[in-house]
Design a protein around this ligand. Structure first.
Ligand code: UGA
Length: 443
């Protein structure tokens, strides 16, 4: 089937590459000519496991190509995926400018029936706006062409996006008619194997499913962070509590890991946007507000623990920081807890020596050259001259380091463990003090 994807961010690129891999004829379009030129050279601008190989193979097989030409894009695909960004507005609502620009461009150029698919995360009601935008352009041209608009939200996790697309838990199709339902089912048939994964519903329910899912996951995390903060105060160990809770299948073990707060491009933006949608409908979403407030505080939990040990003024102190990305297996630092921490440490006069397996270039891009930040090329280099080690992102290579070396190198042999990846009982014999989340410090 012929597919066009507008937007070559991580959602668009993964969608395009995976649909090409399934045998479709795919064109990916972006207004960013540098990005398209890089993609044509086989360079994938984001770190996403498996993606580069998938893009290269499908380009070589002639199933995937790139363009900056919107007319080419609209001409090509029966399916027109909109996968452009929806950055948050100042008030937290999603900015639909780019989505509606694409809708208008499709309306301006389409010459036959098209299925327009909202893949970007867009507020409830957006599909109606997309439909109006296309219809207005068609009316302006004085042509009478049929088209449909579908909401098909993505559920891709950064770092596992290719796998999530290839083996989805569910494929949500928000369609207003049987025709589009059947077309989309055919497109997704290669991914709908072994058991039924397609859920067809009305457009608004599909749009809502996406926000409600992310908000629920964010709620689980903020809830657990609150439990962790309580554990510290009552002298309980959240790691025990977490396991005790998770063994109830109604609660489950997933997404109840306490830590330094959630980050990324999705949860913070989507919780804020849903909260804003609620307000627009004269409803106060109190749980969502609390989820955001708890997360705001939690991103400062490591700072508070550091201040508790070394005092408010951290000038003259150096902190080794392991992990800059908002989570492992990505180079993405959007809303990353490491940013909140570094900025807080700098404001208190401290110096940071940081290492991340993938996000170093991104960190350089965000912060540039500064005297109070040294980016090192290897994890142990971060320890040189440092007072303490702070673990912010739980990358695998950080899990079993040489604890003796850490203890011998740090001025004060303390590990602030923002993801509870270390067992205090294992660190203690190496002479390391462990300060975790939701557990009493071991001294
Ligand atoms: C999230 C959802 O998990 C995807 O299902 C969704 O498709 C995606 O947003 C999206 O809307 O596009 P992602 O932002 O890539 O995916 O990252 P997650 O793996 O969900 O992690 C989000 C944050 O929560 C990270 O900062 C992570 O460290 C934190 N987290 C996660 C915790 O603090 N505790 C946990 O138990 C789990």
């Amino acid at each position: 089937m012929k597919v066009s994807v507008v937007g070559t961010g991580y959602v668009g690129l993964v969608t395009g590459a995976c649909l090409a891999e399934a045998g479709n004829d795919v064109v990916c379009m972006d207004v960013d000519a540098d990005k398209i030129a890089a993609l044509e050279r086989g360079e994938v601008p984001i770190y996403e496991p498996g993606l580069e190989g998938l893009v290269a193979e499908n380009v070589a097989a002639g199933r995937l190509r790139f363009t900056t030409d919107m007319a080419d894009c609209v001409d090509h695909g029966l399916f027109q995926f909109i996968a452009v960004g929806t950055p948050p507005d100042e008030d937290g609502s999603a900015d639909l400018r780019y989505v509606l620009d694409v809708a208008r461009a499709i309306g301006q150029r389409m010459g036959e029936y098209r299925v327009v698919i909202d893949k970007s995360t867009v507020p409830v009601g957006t599909a109606d706006k997309v439909r109006s935008a296309v219809a207005e352009e068609l009316a302006g041209r004085g042509v009478d062409l049929e088209f449909d608009v579908v909401s098909n939200p993505e559920f891709l996790k950064e770092g596992a996006a290719v796998d999530d697309f290839m083996k989805p838990d569910r494929i949500i199709l928000g369609c207003d008619n049987v025709r589009t339902g059947a077309l989309l089912r055919e497109l997704y048939a290669p991914f709908n194997r072994n058991h039924e994964r397609v859920l067809t519903m009305d457009v608004r329910s599909a749009e809502m499913t996406k926000y409600a899912s992310n908000a629920m996951l964010a709620t689980k995390i903020s809830f657990m962070n609150e439990v962790a903060n309580l554990c510290e105060r009552v002298g309980a160990d959240v790691e025990m509590v977490r396991q005790g809770m998770g063994s109830d299948p109604r609660i489950g073990f997933a997404f109840i890991y306490p830590g330094a707060g959630y980050g990324g491009s999705c949860f913070p933006k989507d919780v804020a946007a849903l909260e804003r949608t609620a307000r627009e409908h004269d409803y106060t979403a109190r749980i969502l507000q609390a989820v955001e407030a708890v997360n705001f505080d939690q991103k400062r939990v490591l700072e508070r623990k550091i201040v508790a040990r070394y005092g408010e003024d951290l000038s003259g102190k150096t902190f080794a920081l392991w992990g800059l990305a908002f989570k492992p297996n990505t180079d993405d630092m959007r809303e990353a807890p490491a940013r909140a921490l570094m900025e807080a440490l700098w404001a208190r006069g401290a110096v940071v020596r940081a290492y991340d397996p993938e996000a170093m270039d991104e960190c350089r891009r965000i912060y540039g050259e500064r005297d109070d930040l040294t980016l090192v090329e290897e994890r142990y280099e971060a320890l040189a001259g440092a007072d303490a080690l702070v673990l912010v992102t739980e990358w695998k290579p950080f899990r079993s380091p040489d604890f003796d070396h850490i203890a011998a190198t740090l001025r004060d042999p303390v590990v602030f463990d923002g993801r509870n990846i270390y067992d205090p009982a294992i660190l203690a014999p190496h002479g390391l003090t462990h300060v975790g989340i939701g557990r009493a410090p071991d001294e």
